[in-house]
Design a protein around this ligand. Structure first.
Ligand code: NDP
Length: 294
């Protein structure tokens, strides 16, 4: 329900696992929802729940005030929306397709050129989480859309707004995912290490998940150092971490585990020390990485 208590007519374009989860959640929340998918047949269950199946994307858009695109990638968003740009004029468009920040900005410019109000979103959840308290969706772009439909968006998961730049939500999304993938691959590396001693990944996971959760508590302190720009560290500078990390590398080698994951981290620590920054904290790696252009 929107602030003025009028029900929002929503169209969901794209019924992969994520589009279906989003549409089902909206229907169950009581919003009149029209759905469309390129390949027919993916709307059957949704129609059973009460959604309206549209014959084509234009018909779906016609029925809606708010159009939500949940497609594969940036190219598929244009493939679907370019032919119906005129139909979208004056409507609210939310792109929940994962697109790189520059692609989200390009979509915002495309939308502006067609007089379409545009909000971009980054989904921090998997389909079964949509509509549960664990789901979070990050938005940036049109504040008008976010404010107007905030109540509806909250049905999908916690809705957070990151400003008018349509690329910010995607930037945040991919920054979080970068951390997530580094954490998961670090776990995979550890699982390969303990396997050499006959320890199962499941056994390792019970300890690793508790340890990772405890270590995550340190992030705000690291962030404070990065934001201050003063990396002087009298307690655990790079010179403290170097022998520890060399030991990780040695233990990995001895366990017959490849260094694809930990090798680059060792290189960063070694480079910091070679640069004469042995007395600075590991947070300085942020400076080493930032502003890099390939
Ligand atoms: P899928 O790739 O399974 O579904 C994509 C949808 O896009 C399908 O309905 C597909 O239609 C449609 N599509 C693809 N190309 C075209 C095209 N050229 N023209 C028309 N339609 C097209 O993705 P998901 O549903 O899993 O995810 C959707 C978005 O959500 C993605 O951007 C994904 O990164 C993001 N996301 C997904 C998560 C997940 O866990 N699934 C988690 C977080 C974000 P058709 O059926 O005809 O092939």
């Amino acid at each position: 329900m929107t602030a003025n208590e009028q029900q929002t007519n929503v169209a969901v374009l794209g019924l992969g696992p994520m589009g279906r989860a989003i549409a089902a959640t909206l229907v169950k929340a009581g919003l009149p929802t029209t759905v469309w998918n390129r390949t027919p047949g993916k709307d059957t269950e949704l129609i059973g729940l009460g959604a309206v199946g549209a014959i084509d994307s234009a018909a779906a858009i016609e029925a809606a005030d708010l159009v939500v695109a949940v497609l594969s990638d940036h190219a598929s968003v244009h493939t679907v929306l370019d032919p119906v740009a005129d139909r979208l004029r004056g409507k609210a468009l939310i792109n929940l397709t994962s697109t790189a920040p520059e692609d989200s900005r390009e979509l915002a410019a495309w939308a502006a050129a067609h007089e379409i109000d545009f909000l971009d979103g980054g989904i921090m959840a998997v389909p079964p989480m949509i509509g549960t308290p664990g789901a979070s969706i990050l938005y940036s772009g049109s504040a008008a859309i976010f404010d107007r439909y905030h109540g509806d968006l909250e049905k999908l998961g916690s809705a957070e707004y990151f400003g008018a730049d349509a690329g910010t939500a995607a930037l945040y999304d991919f920054a979080l995912l970068a951390g997530m993938y580094a954490m998961f691959t670090g776990f995979f590396h550890g699982a390969a290490m303990v396997r050499s001693a006959g320890i199962s990944a499941s056994d390792f996971a019970t300890r690793a998940s508790a340890y990772v959760a405890a270590m995550a508590e340190l992030l705000p302190a690291y962030a404070e150092v990065i934001d201050s720009g003063d990396y002087t560290d009298d307690v655990q500078p790079a010179s403290f971490h170097k022998p520890a990390f060399d030991a990780i590398v040695r233990a990995s080698r001895d366990a017959g585990v490849a260094l694809d994951i930990v090798g680059p981290v060792k290189n960063l620590i070694d480079r910091q020390i070679a640069d004469g920054r042995a007395g600075e904290g590991l947070e300085r790696i942020t400076e080493e990485l930032a502003g890099h252009r390939e």
